[in-house]
Design a protein around this ligand. Sequence first.
Ligand code: 5RP
Length: 293
Amino acid sequence: MADAVGNKAAKDYHFDVPAPDQGFFARGLGHTDWGMKNRISRLFSPETGNTVMLAFDHGYIMGSTAGLERLDVTIAPLCEYADVLMGTRGAIRSCIPPTTKKAICLRATHDSSVLFEDMSLGSGLAMDMEDALRMNAAALAIQCFVGGAGERDSLEALCRAADAGYRYGVPVLGVTAVGKEMARTTQYFLLATRILAELGASAVKTYYCEDFEKVAASCPVPIVIAGGKKLPEAEALEMAWRAMSEGARGVDMGRNIFQSEHPAAMCQAVAAVVHRGFDAKRAYEYYLELANA
Ligand code: 5RP
């Protein structure tokens, strides 16, 4: 019988032992098919192993969000600074030029809108693989509510998306959604990220937390962090730098980029942390330099 508190005993993360080399740059994905590897190589840079995903999918539950009132005006010009564009099919079809060379990560689940107390109760698949392929998607993002009332439905959606993804070579990004009733603890993220990877996610999106290196170490596939609510730019860059230093392979950041006073400068500063090894201080100086140019 599985132990619901099994993670309490988990303590040996083997920080000194590198993940096994499977002959492919992305962790844990060396045994997947060519098409899957090709798409993973569009999501994560084969040179650095890292990614800057620009998330602008907030409207799918929040409607017109600050900074996203006009996606064609605010997001389209930022695309050149990101590696991956993460949005809904409606946003991408209507506002992102199809000439873009950027990888598309489609938000492929629906949830309850912000008008409901518990968004997990409205979770389910929002599109099928046929439409994702029609849009030349490099990945599907599936939101999961581990520990929430909608856990079962959201994990079912993840499993079905992973099945279709393996059939057609499309990776699934498992997104850990933290319900209002759940604390953002290391223990919670250890549990949620690992469940998503074990159920078939090829990459996992989570939040930065205390002891993040344990979360990253025990997730067998690449892990990226969301930005969360808008922070001052220096703090957001510090969080990105800490996450990268502790094992993240990138960010999937929204509000801390598009709600910045200088979104293009912020996106480039984040990319400097992710791909060029800038520390937080240098990245903030870079942000200021670009913002004041
Ligand atoms: C919500 C999401 C959002 O895309 C994600 O939260 C990223 O945006 P932000 O950096 O603004 O938090 O996946 O589940």
